[in-house]
Design a protein around this ligand. Structure first.
Ligand code: URP
Ligand code: ZN
Ligand code: ZN
Length: 459
């Protein structure tokens, strides 16, 4: 059966133009005028974008003695409601465990549960030689990127020796190394000093992880990638100190890539200082920064130092989860809910706010991540690509609230924000999964995405 999306303004990573989009089954077959299909979807007055790719999510992630509270069903429903049609989620190796077991566990969670397509990165937390050797099989199975954490000492953090081993292995097997850049030793020291001084409130999460801690780790990570001759992707970049390192590396010709996340574009360190324990709702790592960094991040996106805008969606309920850190900010589980709001906020705050064009939204939120993370059929509206499409109404006004959001979390960091623009329909491989405010697909239709290798030119 064919479906025609009629009358919208198609947006790609390079252009925006009036055209209809013809879908046959799961695939886009034509973009143009004078087309017809068995069924029509009215897109008049709407933008027609490739479904967003969120390459940074944590669904059902174990953290600090609890689990992020969106699973593969609720998290992917929220993604679809917000115009995201593919995610790449972090599968976390347990210390002492294998990558094979970790991947089996994550497949078990996602299989039969997801509304949209999903892939996995493998986060290596314990790079023993036999674990490093497993990376070859991961790549063969379509898990072509690996994350290491330079922070979360005693839990997820690897030391530089292990980091080097992971980088070197990708020189043999292929694969892109992603890195969380914060100096974990420095954070532990600053946290200890703060608690000894009686500084226990959420705001001390930020002062114990200052921008220098991120800048130093970013610089070190880039040097290690340079020495081992490998590309590197820096996740959740927040500040000038880190951007400068990435920009300098790229100026030296190195294949260093990076992303920021919506929370760093719209929220600030002041949110951590909200009255009472409210600041806990804004605890994520690296922390929210001083507002001037938002300008730096926009510049970095414009100049090409950063390529992606993801969400780092890692939700914890305020009640009983964030509250684990009452009286000790180091026990607040790290992460924010954001998977549902990326497209609306990018449109409302960044495009309407004059910081970027809608074409940039597609480039940073869909096309770019799809290319870097080997999603060959995603991120474009062109014949042969999967019919992952968002019909986005740029006029509709609404208010963000935990009362109405789809995410399975008891608060919303953007509560009360009045915004303009919302998906009207979201299609995943030709099937409408979200229409006019409701998820209409069944969990389990989403497929595992075997991803190809991204090997940027080095010479
Ligand atoms: O605070 C965050 N970002 N939580 C998720 C884990 C990570 O570091 O990405
Ligand atoms: Zn991280
Ligand atoms: Zn993350």
């Amino acid at each position: 059966m064919t479906r025609l999306i009629r009358g919208g303004r198609v947006v790609t990573a390079t252009d925006a133009f009036d055209a209809d989009v013809l879908i046959d089954g799961e695939t886009i077959v034509a973009v143009g005028t004078g087309l017809s299909g068995d069924e029509e979807i009215d897109a008049s007055g709407c933008l027609v974008l490739p479904g967003l790719v969120d390459n940074h999510t944590h669904l059902s992630m174990p953290f600090g003695g609890t689990w992020s509270c969106d699973d593969y069903t609720t998290g992917t429903a929220a993604a679809a409601a917000g115009g995201t049609t593919s995610i790449v989620d972090f599968c976390i190796q347990y210390v002492g465990g294998s990558l094979k077991d970790a991947l089996a566990e994550w497949h078990g969670r996602a299989d039969g549960a997801a509304h949209i397509d999903y892939g996995f990165h493998c986060a290596i937390t314990d790079a023993r030689p036999e674990v490093v050797a497993e990376m070859e099989q991961c790549v063969a199975d379509g898990v072509t990127s690996f994350k290491v954490f330079m922070a979360y000492k005693g839990a997820l953090m690897v030391d530089d020796e292990q980091f080097i081993a992971v980088l070197e292995q990708t020189g043999k097997t292929g694969g892109l190394v992603m890195v969380h850049c914060e100096n974990g030793d420095a954070v532990v020291r600053y946290q200890k000093e703060a608690l000894e001084a009686g500084d226990t409130d959420p705001k001390f999460h930020a002062s114990t992880r200052p921008p220098e801690v991120e800048g130093e780790a970013t610089s070190r990570a880039i040097r290690l990638a340079e020495w081992t001759g490998r590309p590197l992707f820096v996740v959740h970049v927040t500040c000038e100190e880190a951007v400068k390192e990435i920009q300098a590396a790229r100026d030296r010709g190195l294949p260093i890539f990076g992303e920021t996340c919506i929370q760093y574009l719209y929220l600030t360190v002041d949110d951590l200082d909200r009255p009472g324990f409210e600041g806990a709702k804004y605890v994520c790592s690296p922390p929210l920064r001083e507002a001037y960094n938002q300008h730096v991040l926009y510049q970095a996106l414009r100049q090409g130092a950063l390529q992606g805008i993801s969400t780092d969606h890692c939700p914890f309920n305020f009640k009983e989860q964030k509250e684990l850190g009452l009286g000790d900010f180091t026990k607040i589980p790290n992460g924010l809910p954001a998977i549902e709001h990326r497209l609306t906020l990018l449109y409302d705050r960044s495009v309407r706010g004059g910081h970027m064009d809608i074409v940039d939204v597609v480039r940073h939120g869909s096309w770019g991540p799809a290319r870097i993370f080997g999603l060959d059929k995603k991120g474009a509206i062109a014949p042969g690509f999967d019919a992952d499409i968002v019909v986005f109404d740029p006029e509709v006004k609404h208010t963000i609230s935990a009362e109405t959001h789809v995410m399975n979390v008891d608060y919303d960091p953007f509560e009360g924000w009045e915004v303009q623009g919302k998906p009207r329909f979201t299609l995943s491989r030709g099937e409408t999964v979200y229409a006019d405010g409701k998820i209409i697909s069944e969990p389990g239709r989403g497929r595992f995405l075997k991803r190809s290798l991204f090997e940027p030119a080095m010479g």
